[in-house]
Design a protein around this ligand. Structure first.
Ligand SMILES: CC(C)(COP(=O)(O)OP(=O)(O)OC[C@H]1O[C@@H](n2cnc3c(N)ncnc32)[C@H](O)[C@@H]1OP(=O)(O)O)[C@@H](O)C(=O)NCCC(=O)NCCS
Length: 288
């Protein structure tokens, strides 16, 4: 099977294939205490397509696909930021074809795009095939905790010294990200702004994107600022909340989540090469 550059017409098929692959992987790895495995809701499927079209426009060399007689067989999508950081955004092979070497070829083709970047990041599922693939590619794998449930409203503390941000805050956001992960998110803030409300520390020491289910990204220069930003995100949740991607370097997030009445579980891994897990930092699954 030939590995080729991904085309815009592949993107809706890739969305469907990735939903199938991740749903199946979640069913297989689910523990009894985990929230139920879910299909991607239509709104998230639409934003997946929008975001992937943007990756294709800006980072075409990182986007690769393979086809067989049944159609799209697999794909890998990666971006690079400021010539420093290569990020694997997403990667999937059609469920019936997994475990036969196609993933290795797709990952190698996509990673060639970041071969001269000193830092690499990815957010891994619990699929043992993915973990094997990533470790063999040289990633350090850091298991993650996550907090989930309904926020206990009586636990909420009044948060001061945060405000809603705008695109005029981009320089601040970029400076924080360079300190924490070596490269700014740059244009990824357009995608992030569609995923949540930008909350900024009034002392310019951090920011977060708050979605109704919890933070979709949180970055701060100290744990006190990170703690305030997370409380603000939790105050803005409605119904079931989730704080994911908590590596062992981010114990402060566990303290906030537990104080807010959330339950603790384990989910996925952060994969890094050439860097340590950022902290205080809760990464975004696709934009890291
Ligand atoms: C992760 C994924 C993209 C990898 O693609 P793939 O085609 O399955 O990958 P490969 O076959 O190249 O590599 C899988 C490795 O795991 C091994 N493997 C196969 N079945 C396995 C199993 N049940 N448990 C552990 N390892 C297994 C394979 O032998 C291979 O190792 P090898 O290269 O040393 O022989 C694919 O499995 C997938 O789509 N998974 C679900 C979605 C997902 O988790 N995506 C990754 C996001 S982080």
């Amino acid at each position: 099977m030939e590995i080729r550059p991904m085309q815009p017409a592949d993107v809706p098929l890739a969305q469907q294939l990735s939903d199938d692959a991740f749903y199946e992987a979640a069913l297989l790895s689910r523990r009894e205490s985990d929230p139920p495995a879910q299909r991607r809701p239509p709104a998230r499927a639409a934003s997946w397509i929008t975001r992937t079209m943007e990756f294709l426009a800006t980072d075409a060399q990182g986007c690769v696909a393979a086809h067989d007689s049944e159609g799209l067989a697999g794909f890998a999508i990666s971006v690079r930021r400021e010539d420093v950081l290569w990020i694997l955004c997403t990667f999937a092979v059609r469920p019936g074809l997994q475990g036969k070497g196609l993933g290795k070829r797709l990952l190698e083709a996509s990673a060639a795009y970041g071969s001269d970047c000193p830092r690499w990041m990815l957010s891994a599922s619990d699929d043992p095939k993915a973990l094997r693939r990533y470790r063999l590619a040289g990633f350090d794998l850091h298991p993650q905790l996550m907090l989930h449930g309904e926020v206990s409203r009586s636990s909420l503390v009044a948060v001061e010294e945060v405000r809603e941000g705008t695109s005029a805050d981009r320089e601040l956001l970029d400076a924080v990200d360079r300190r924490l992960r070596g490269a700014a998110h740059g244009r990824d803030h357009d995608s992030l702004a569609r995923m949540g409300t930008l909350i900024v520390d009034t002392h310019d020491r951090g920011y977060a994107y708050a979605h109704s289910t919890g933070p979709t990204l949180l970055a701060a220069l100290d744990e006190e600022t990170a703690t305030r930003l997370l409380w603000e995100c939790l105050a803005r949740t409605e119904g079931a909340a989730q704080v994911g991607h908590v590596t062992s370097a981010n114990q402060w997030a566990l303290d906030v989540g537990l104080a807010a009445g959330l339950s603790l579980g384990v989910e996925g891994h952060l994969g890094v090469r050439g860097m340590a897990p950022p902290a205080p930092y809760l990464h975004n699954g696709a934009l890291l």
